[in-house]
Ligand binder design. Structure first.
Ligand SMILES: NC(=O)c1ccc[n+]([C@@H]2O[C@H](COP(=O)([O-])OP(=O)(O)OC[C@H]3O[C@@H](n4cnc5c(N)ncnc54)[C@H](OP(=O)(O)O)[C@@H]3O)[C@@H](O)[C@H]2O)c1
Ligand SMILES: *[C@@H]1O[C@H](CO)[C@@H](O)[C@H](O)[C@H]1NC(C)=O
Ligand SMILES: *[C@@H]1O[C@H](CO)[C@@H](O)[C@H](O)[C@H]1NC(C)=O
Ligand SMILES: *[C@@H]1O[C@H](CO)[C@@H](O)[C@H](O)[C@H]1NC(C)=O
Length: 310
């Protein structure tokens, strides 16, 4: 008579099994993507997509690290950013260290449609296998409410052009030849801040959400035509953007970051880039749910946590 069917108990058992399966799936995916060297695609696979890689914002931080790592894996590199002397210096460094050919294109991505003609011309005759949409900016160094930064109109226009327009336009320039060869990889650098709305970084975090959403949709559109799209969501990586942060111990070396993030190519279309950032991202989602981070107390806590230390 103890074995009488109890609907509540059955419901509990089903829920427990579902939770266990969900957790096992998460752990399994994490191990597969970050911890199993055997499943990695390797440099020959990367080179088979085309001889050249294009990196926007390539002279410092994450973009610079991607450029070096892609060259080390045997691709020629096109570097794009604002400062010509920095570009030339970095290009020479890549040629010297990795023995690849480079090309530089000077462009300021805070500009509008007018800057892309020169970029298109600069890329015309190249077989581009990999595009890294990396360039991006914050609109203030300090976390602040929208109206608390100077010259809001100009800053918003710069941010939207640099973080959103650049990604869409660069993709539109490079995609046709990838589709015609049925081969190509597009990497969009988003951010952990793009995973949900973030008060005190509102426009930045929304611009990164665009990157993620756009990447996923375009990735689905062109998957059947051989183009692979990956969105990378870093937490803190060593760069000028994070130079002032008080959480220096959480900041990852940019070369290690780019190497590990490139190792996940072909294994997943969404990645935190490395195991430690995947763990941080998971913890943040659990302990910073929207109902809290968007509440009055959540914003107070953010101010406290993100306030510069000096
Ligand atoms: N660092 C992090 O912890 C972190 C975390 C999450 C996401 N991200 C994202 O990762 C990407 C790279 O960030 P980062 O920290 O490596 O940046 P960074 O160190 O500030 O480097 C920015 C790069 O972009 C170029 N650049 C900046 N503004 C430009 C513009 N208007 N036009 C053309 N080039 C420009 C810079 O060169 P010039 O000065 O010569 O133009 C430089 O090469 C960004 O999209 C950022 O949002 C970074
Ligand atoms: C370009 O970078 C160099 C070296 O970092 C710097 O000295 C120079 O002022 C920069 N030029 C511009 C126009 O920002
Ligand atoms: C990311 O990748 C997709 C796929 O090609 C591309 O269309 C998009 O412009 C890129 N950038 C963003 C922000 O998604
Ligand atoms: C920060 O910018 C300076 C000047 O542009 C550059 O020389 C330096 O390498 C950058 N730092 C990082 C960590 O990328």
């Amino acid at each position: 008579m103890e074995s009488e069917w109890d609907p509540l108990r059955a419901l509990g058992a089903v829920t427990a099994v579902c939770l266990l399966l969900w957790a096992a799936w998460g752990v399994g995916c994490t191990v597969y993507v970050y911890l199993l060297p055997q499943v990695r695609r390797g440099a020959p696979w990367l080179r088979a997509h085309g001889a050249w890689a294009v990196v926007t914002g390539a002279t410092s931080g994450i973009g610079r690290a991607y450029a070096h790592e892609l060259a080390r894996r045997g691709l020629n590199i096109v570097l794009i950013s604002r400062n010509l002397s920095k570009l030339k210096l970095e290009a020479e460094e890549i040629e010297r260290l990795h023995g690849r050919v480079t090309r530089v294109i000077q462009a300021d991505f805070t500009g509008g449609l007018e800057i892309y003609e020169a970029i298109e011309t600069g890329l015309k005759d190249l077989e581009i296998g990999v595009l890294v949409n990396n360039v991006g900016m914050l609109y203030t160094k300090k976390p602040s409410k929208l109206l608390d930064c100077e010259n809001v109109a100009k800053r918003l226009s710069d941010l939207i052009n640099c973080n959103i327009m650049s990604v869409a336009q660069m993709t539109a320039i490079v995609l046709p030849q990838m589709v015609s060869r049925s081969k190509g990889i597009i990497i969009n650098v988003s951010s952990i801040l793009g995973k949900k709305p973030n008060p005190l970084f509102s426009a930045y975090s929304a611009s990164k959400a665009f990157v993620r959403s756009f990447s996923q949709a375009v990735g689905a559109e062109y998957f059947a035509e051989g183009v692979l799209v990956q969105t990378v969501n870093p937490c803190l990586v060593e760069s000028n953007m994070t130079a002032g942060t008080k959480y220096q111990m959480a900041v990852m070396n940019s070369e290690d970051y780019a190497r590990q993030a490139l190792d996940t190519l072909g294994l997943t279309s969404q990645t935190s880039g490395c195991l430690s950032h995947a763990v941080q991202s998971f913890l943040l989602a659990v302990f910073q749910p929207n109902w809290f981070s968007l509440s009055r107390w959540g914003i107070k806590l953010s101010y406290l946590l993100l306030k510069p230390s000096n």
